[in-house]
Design a protein around this ligand. Sequence first.
Ligand code: SF4
Length: 317
Amino acid sequence: MFGLKADWSTEVFDRYFTIGDYAGGEARWCPGCGDHAVLSAAHRVLRDEQQKPELSVCVSGIGCSSRMPHYMGTYGFHGLHGRALPVACGVKSRRPDLDVWVATGDGDCFSIGAGHWLHALRYNMNMVVMVFDNAIYGLTKAQTSPTTPVGFKTNTHPTGAIIAPHNPLTVTLGITNVSFVAQVVDWNPPLLFETLKAAYRHRGTSFVRIIQRCPVYSDKVVKELQSDPSRFLLLQHEKGLAVDDSALRQFPERTEHDPSDLGRAFQVALDESRIPLGLLYHNPAAPCYEDMSSQGTDFTPEQRLAGLETVLDRLTI
Ligand code: SF4
């Protein structure tokens, strides 16, 4: 119940949050950039969940998408290149009561941050990891990233990228203790929203790869995909994501996929002739590291001091 307790009372005992409560500064991404759609979907999820902005934190590394904390009316941490995940794990470890959103990109996560990607997913701390994958380094103006398609011309490969791109889905599905793996495109807002909502509600690390438009540096990559709907494979299942008519119209190729089946998820991810959209894998029973490690977060200052002195006493000679 929101608002005033009674007509005669001036005591406000709860708040109703609107989209504006989650908005930060004006987003300065290029017009047509897919990052705008992801930001809007995240705002909507928080609004629908009525999460208090002061109990949410957005952590990022470096890249265009990593500007997201500036555009969220929550706490934020714009970190170093590739280091979003260790910062996010640190936040979660000491403040498990906060919900954590991670904004990272194909360069930030799959290249310089690749080591953190493997370990953070294994820790399975409760957070939403959004990888904005535009197949290029956008912020530094068009270098080849780990997901740039072969033949695509960049500043570092002017005659075209020469090595096959990473498959982030198969890598992620192979990480021990992985618990939630989904893939979506930024240009279907209902599906994007449902994916982020499911990711938010999952308890554990939700890995969401978002195929993202960069109309400035990798427009051709997405345009080619958009011109051929048969390239996509929409995953459907009663345990999967809610899919509305717009997704059914946009992605006519569909298959039943039970997201609790890890082996089948691998098969779907390995088939690079199709780009799966939806929930590939979900294991709500996977253990979360913070449940085992976040001890003492409710200690009083006196208890913390006593604990510190106990540790220091061990060093007394
Ligand atoms: Fe978006 Fe590309 Fe512009 Fe970066 S360069 S803000 S990814 S459109």
